[in-house]
Design a protein around this ligand. Structure first.
Ligand SMILES: *Cc1c(COP(=O)(O)O)cnc(C)c1O
Length: 363
């Protein structure tokens, strides 16, 4: 059986380093808001080349707090891609603001920047580009629209740690960027974790307050905050992961390259990578005519796959009152019904990669 992903084989690559880091924290007697978090925040900010990194307890919280820090709430609108994981939208709706969806581009499967302007109204406050699957969005287009209309940019960087647009790392060009360190993500903790990065001192200061009960000074709660901190064990583990991030991205990129060169079956469409973008292949999305049939076929050959994402946010049950239909965003709906992700993970055996290629070509 070829698993879709294997956190264990990823762990085993650096197991002794992870264990030493976790044990160091367990024995230190300091578990929340301590030196490990400060070290990780400093190193991640420096990896990206930004001024501030604020650790929080998940990517979802990073999005929620980022939207809140921008002062966006009831009566405001935020542009989001129609095709994304629902957490990108939860950041908006958790603050009482309205998500305004923009359909995807047929080739990259990312937000179609040529359709953003038509979605802007006088209530629009921000754009959330999502560098989905691990490929950078067209940041030139997004920056120029944001500038023209005076909008904030909140990058959703849950899947793209280390990916670049024209040499600029994703997460460095927006007003704010939200990262997830969910274990499967390109930089993953061994539990839940996330962070927000920014070059803006004031926003950074506000976010540090919001993640800690809305208080800068103990027992002085100036804002209705949350308890959303990145704990010391996860921070220590993430410092290990960060040292290996580029190397891990390169491992997945070489698997993806094998797929790109080896898969020749005309019945499947390979990922399209914009020439200005890099792709870190958090996922390897294929487009196929018969999604369910293709999945069953591979399953019968012992190959597990996944669909990203079968139910787009605009038709999610929890958002039924927004009143959207599948037909509203035809490209995003097409992706939801035709995408199948192949296995791509650190520690995946070379034989397994070959077996996937053979099976796909024989489909
Ligand atoms: C994983 C993910 C999130 C949420 O991150 P969590 O750490 O799981 O809360 C947000 N947006 C996208 C695109 C994601 O893939």
């Amino acid at each position: 059986m070829i698993e879709y992903t294997s956190l264990k084989s990823n762990y085993n690559l650096y197991g002794s380093e992870y264990e030493a880091a976790a044990l160091r924290v367990l024995r230190s007697g300091w578990y929340i808001l301590g030196p490990e978090l400060e070290t990780f925040e400093r190193s991640f900010a420096s990896y990206l080349g930004v001024k501030h990194c604020i650790g929080v307890n998940s990517g979802t919280d990073a999005l929620i707090l980022a939207v809140r820090a921008l002062g966006i709430g009831v009566g405001d609108e935020v542009i989001v891609p129609a095709s994304t994981y629902i957490a990108s939208v939860l950041g908006v709706t958790e603050n009482g603001a309205k998500p305004v969806y923009v359909d995807s581009k047929d080739d990259t499967l990312l937000i179609d920047c040529s359709k953003i302007e038509a979605a802007i109204t006088k209530h629009t406050k921000a754009i959330i580009p999502v560098h989905l699957y691990g490929q950078a969005c067209d940041m030139d287009a997004i920056l120029s629209i944001a500038e023209k209309y005076g909008l904030y940019i909140l990058e959703d960087c849950a899947q793209c740690h280390g990916a670049k647009w024209k040499g600029c790392l994703t997460g460095t060009q927006g007003t704010l960027a939200a990262f997830s360190f969910y274990p499967t993500k390109p930089l993953g903790a061994l539990g839940d974790a996330g962070a927000i990065v920014t070059n803006n001192d004031e926003l950074a200061d506000k976010l540090r307050m919001l993640r800690n009960y809305g208080s800068r000074l103990k027992y002085h709660n100036e804002s209705i905050g949350r308890n959303s901190r990145l704990d010391e064990i996860q921070a220590a583990v993430l410092s290990v992961g960060l040292e290996h991030l580029d190397e891990c991205n390169a491992i997945r990129q070489s698997i993806a390259e094998k797929y790109m060169n080896g898969i020749t079956n005309k019945r499947v469409r390979l990922p399209y990578i914009e020439s200005a973008a890099t792709h870190v292949f958090h996922l390897f999305p294929l487009i196929v005519d018969d999604q369910k049939h293709f999945q069953k076929y591979l399953e019968a050959k012992g190959i597990k796959t996944q669909i990203h994402y079968p139910i787009p946010p605009y038709v999610a049950e929890c958002y039924a009152e927004q009143g959207h239909m599948w037909e509203d965003y035809p490209v995003a709906s097409y992706i939801a019904q035709h995408e199948v992700s192949l296995p791509v993970y650190n520690g995946m055996k070379s034989n397994d990669v070959d077996a996937v290629i053979t099976a796909v070509n024989e489909y």
